[in-house]
Design a binder for this molecule. Structure first.
Ligand code: CP
Length: 309
């Protein structure tokens, strides 16, 4: 059986193109499974997975839980708000307590970049990063690239612009790595204050004018403004941000081609994207969510095959 080059999914940076191809090929098979009347396979029977969410989530948490259940894994869920973390317990103590219940894999979202790296060195379970602060969100980037491949036939050679709050976005960084490894060209677009200074070292184009960025691209991935990670003002007001960077039908109608519109969610309708665009035939936002389950099934399955049983 073909396997991944990594033992944990900590970030896209660690993956090879062959890893991503293998995840996509496996996801293709699981996508067939979840579209059958009987959507469950026994692949992860007797594997126990803990979903540890130290930050809020709707899509990622539900998508992982569904993927695990479709694979017949035993699943336990942990949300930090209702846990003993509030009483001062450390991350390693929390996770070790959970692992002593014989858990094989941990899916974790944590506000601290590198928390997953730390855990992978200190505990004996497969770790999957479901988002670490403003660092990486690898399964989001995999499902985004998978959705582009599904809509456009391939990722290689495509031009993708990521628009918005690049500075605070783990989705942006993971997308840049995933798209470049698949042979796409990447541009970032947004106000200068929301584009990190190190961006040029990643080999991406930078554009501050949204209409010019749209003229250039095949795909526009619209990001939300991450107000929860902003401790100072990066633009005058939400209204001004929307006037310059909110995607409208008017922008799309000015183009001489039809582009694909994406958004990782949660959407702020009327801020970074209008409802007309989000709900238009050019939008693949709900396809992204659907593909998330198949892609996460693939990641879980491939990493579980590395567990010594
Ligand atoms: N895209 C994404 O990570 O959404 P959630 O925060 O709802 O999981």
């Amino acid at each position: 059986m073909e396997t991944l080059s990594v033992d944990h999914l900590l970030g896209i940076k660690d993956l090879t193109k062959a890893d991503i191809d293998l995840i996509f090929a496996t996801a293709d098979e699981f996508k067939d499974v979840i579209n059958r009347p009987i959507k469950k396979v026994p692949s992860l029977r007797d594997i126990t997975i803990a979903n540890l969410f130290f930050e809020n989530s709707t899509r990622t948490k539900l998508s992982f839980e569904l993927a695990e259940k479709r694979l017949s894994a035993d699943v336990i869920n942990f949300a930090s708000g209702s846990s003993s973390v509030k009483k001062g317990e450390t991350l390693v103590d929390t996770v070790n307590n959970i692992l002593s219940m014989k858990v094989d894999m941990v899916v974790m979202r944590h506000p601290n970049p590198g928390a997953h790296q730390f855990l992978s060195r200190n505990i004996d379970a497969k770790i999957i990063n479901a988002g670490d602060g403003a660092h990486e969100h690898p399964t989001q980037a995999l499902l985004d690239a998978y959705s582009i491949r599904e809509r456009l036939g391939e990722v290689s050679g495509k031009k993708v612009v990521i628009v918005g709050d690049i500075l605070h976005s783990r989705v942006a960084l993971s997308n840049i790595y995933a798209l470049q490894k698949q042979g796409a060209e990447v541009m970032v677009c947004g106000p200068a204050t929301l584009i990190p200074k190190f961006i040029h070292s990643l080999g991406v184009h930078v554009e501050h004018n949204l209409q010019k960025a749209l003229d250039w691209c095949d795909v526009a991935n619209m990001l939300r403004i991450q107000l929860e990670r902003q401790d100072s003002k990066f633009f005058p007001s939400i209204r001004e941000y929307t006037m310059q960077y909110g995607l409208t039908l008017d922008h799309l109608n000015k183009l001489e081609k039809e582009i694909v519109v994406m958004h990782p969610g949660p959407i702020n309708r009327g801020v970074e994207i209008t409802s007309e665009v989000a709900d238009s035939h050019q939008s693949i936002i709900l396809n992204q969510v659907e593909n998330g389950v198949a892609v996460r099934m693939a990641v879980l399955y491939l990493l579980a095959s590395k567990i010594n049983r």
